[in-house]
Design a binder for this molecule. Sequence first.
Ligand code: MN
Ligand code: MN
Length: 475
Amino acid sequence: MNKTRIKKIRETLLKKQPLVFDALDKKDQDQVFPFCEKYKAFLDQSKTEREAARQIIDAAKQKGFVDIDTVLGKTHKNIKKVYKIFQGRCVALAVLGKKLSGRGANIIASHIDSPRLDLKQNPIYEDLSMGLMKTHYYGGIRKYHWLALPLALHGTIIKSNNERVDITIGEHPSDPVFTITDLLPHLAGKTQANKNISEVFEGEKLNLVVGSLPLGGKDEKDRFKLGVLNCLFDQYGITEEDFVSAEIEAVPSEKARDVGFDRSLIGAYGQDDRVCAFTSLEAFLDSEPSEKTIMALFFDKEEIGSEGSSGAKSNFLEDFMSDLLLISGENTDNRSLRKALIHSSCLSADVNAAMDPDFKDVHEAMNAAKLGFGICITKFTGVGGKSGASDAGSEFVGKIRQIFNHNHIVWQTGELGKIDQGGGGTVAKFLAKFGMNVLDCGPSLLSMHSPFEISSKADVYMTYLGYKAFYKDND
Ligand code: MN
Ligand code: MN
């Protein structure tokens, strides 16, 4: 066979895997960095699920979306753009199309909670000459990541008189920060050398240093703890018991930063999964109204198994969907609701692990996601023999592949690590239970679940384009 023919065969038969920057035309290349400036600002304003929810609602309101609870009970032929926020921690947005129960919706579902340290309900104590606070970690963290790091406190306190106090301390340059101490290497040997990592770093040792000025003279009992409580009362009007009804999260105080001489990467806390929350929000708000309903869901509690009333296992989606049927004048009986759900298509928008140059051996190179190669399709998640996965059907994967190819989306596929290496899950299976097609789809990250996760700006932008293409599909 001659060279030209072989070249032709090569071009026709082999799967192509371009780098996003090679595939983008000049016009799109110029969009990548400005888009990511907006993303970095979103990250800095959304370090907790409540803050992310508020950012999302504010952006939607600016585009004319109305709270669905204010328009229930009547049919509003002209109201198409609605939102719902539940418990301040999970959000749904929709632009109504036609025949919701017959056609379903195009849904993109992400999560807005991230791994962090929550304050315990009785957090404040003193030891030696310091005021300290006990934390309880949330989600899958590597405990050593959180030592010797400047931390900010974000959260909500409900006082005994039911008054609500929102706090953010440690974000402004003039704010104080908090920190968890680490053992100096000089003395670490005997204590840590021959222990395994889970013994070296204990959850009960993740205690925040929060002060060191005493209240009163040296005979005063608990005077460092009292000093902290006195500051808290002066500045926020809160008492020790108020922490019982509080949700306060310690998060890295660092802002999102460009990484690399060429500024092509973003380093920031909480990119799992706020990268998908942001890109799906932007794609959703930039989509033209069409025949088919589009929806963006932003769940809480994914990092602890999608539990609770604001997680993906809850009734939130069904409730929102039935409200949508109501305001569009469709039947709201159980059958219509089930049909609206079963006819829907969903991208479970979550991140995958990018192959790490220093830890290649946990990945299987042919099926691992790589930074800079675009939005990643993850057909299944799970552990071992796909246990706990929502394995997307070939028909739906085929459909998404066609949408992406048709719209020049640079995409890749990824499995989370080698077989039997570990694994993980997403919200996909909790949406798949309604019978809708669901596929995991989002960018890949390095250092996932660390205080400084790394994304590629090209992937972030391509994820936005990919989600937009999905929303545009009218089928
Ligand atoms: Mn995630
Ligand atoms: Mn995660």
